[in-house]
Ligand binder design. Structure first.
Ligand code: HEC
Ligand code: HEC
Length: 264
């Protein structure tokens, strides 16, 4: 019963979207005069996504996507409420919606240090379908102001490959870290800075600054992953994106320093 009452408004939303009333998605061409076939395909993906979601996601994210599944009370880091339209792991600027590939990466890679599993076993079409389904759970996806293109991630600078050179740049990163980041993350990246106490996230739950002196990070551990996290931040948390306030090389120096913190 629940499923039917829930599905109807969702289909209406979907129709709106397919009619081109909704915003163009940043990672797809604008839907100018989508054919009936495209609409049918999207509806097919939506139905399939709903099925895959009910099978693999409801225990944590809840039947209606509010993040209140039966396992949620046990979890320290609460499952995402998809109704909020806030996503932490993105290539897009702080405050924007993620692009499809961001959702795909989260589903395929999981979120380190939380209950969010790695779904390697799902077929590509099942993941595509989940993405269509998730994007019908919040009105945010209809707001053109929230759609954005990925922030470019530059190539790794050459100095990264040279150990001595990299240590020099990491030292500059350490100084910048002390000025900008240690207030929350602590001087040694242990998440114990004075401004990190008593923080509340966008869903009303307590949140602590990440322990950066660790081998694993929520949005991935490679230098490019860390660059992305610092550049775009985590929506719904006090971890802002620095792409507008820091230069590329300044972000890379912070990455080099965080990698050294992780070694210690
Ligand atoms: C065992 C519990 C659990 C299951 C099952 C689960 N998740 Fe999650 N998921 C989480 C938790 C916890 C978070 C929040 C992590 C955080 O905020 O750092 C999360 C977050 C997410 C996010 C948001 C990432 C972001 O950028 O904020 C997406 C998308 C997601 N899950 C998709 C799924 C999908 C799709 C499924 C089913 C195929 C699924 N999850 C199954 C626990 C789970
Ligand atoms: C106002 C407090 C605050 C400041 C200032 C801050 N952060 Fe964060 N940061 C956080 C919080 C809170 C999280 C955890 C978010 C989460 O777990 O969802 C975080 C997460 C991160 C992560 C992700 C780590 C992981 O394990 O996923 C990185 C990397 C990071 N911060 C780097 C930085 C850098 C570099 C700076 C300075 C340029 C900085 N932060 C400044 C609060 C802050």
């Amino acid at each position: 019963m629940l499923s039917r009452t829930f599905l109807l408004p969702a289909i209406v939303l979907l129709m709106f979207h397919s009619n081109g009333v909704g915003p163009a998605r940043a990672d797809e061409p604008a839907a100018t005069g989508e054919s009936d076939e495209a609409k049918r395909e999207e509806l097919h993906l939506y139905m399939k996504g709903r099925y895959v979601y009910q099978k693999h996601c409801v225990e944590c994210h809840g039947t209606t996507g509010r993040g209140n599944g039966p396992w949620a009370p046990e979890l320290d880091v609460k499952p995402r409420n998809f109704r909020s339209g806030l996503f932490k792991l993105r290539t897009t600027a702080y405050g924007s919606l993620p692009v499809d590939d961001d959702l795909r990466r989260t589903i395929r890679s999981g979120i380190s240090g939380t209950a969010m599993p790695i779904f390697a076993q799902l077929h590509d079409e099942e993941v595509d379908a989940l993405i269509v389904y998730l994007k019908n759970l919040s009105k945010s996806w209809k707001d053109p102001a929230l759609a954005a293109k990925p922030v470019p991630i530059p190539d790794l600078p050459e100095w990264f490959a040279d150990e001595t050179d990299r240590r020099g740049h990491a030292a500059a990163g350490k100084t910048r870290f002390a000025a900008l980041c240690s207030t929350c993350h602590g001087m040694d990246g242990k998440g114990d800075g004075p401004a990190g106490k008593g923080l509340i996230d966008g869903w009303g739950n307590p949140i602590s600054p990440a322990v950066l002196a660790a081998p694993h990070h929520k949005s991935g551990d490679s230098p490019r992953d860390l660059y992305r996290t610092i550049a775009t931040g985590f929506n719904g948390t006090p971890m802002l994106g620095y792409s507008a306030s820091l230069r590329e090389d300044e972000i890379w120096e912070l990455v080099a320093w965080i990698l050294e913190l992780g070694e210690s």
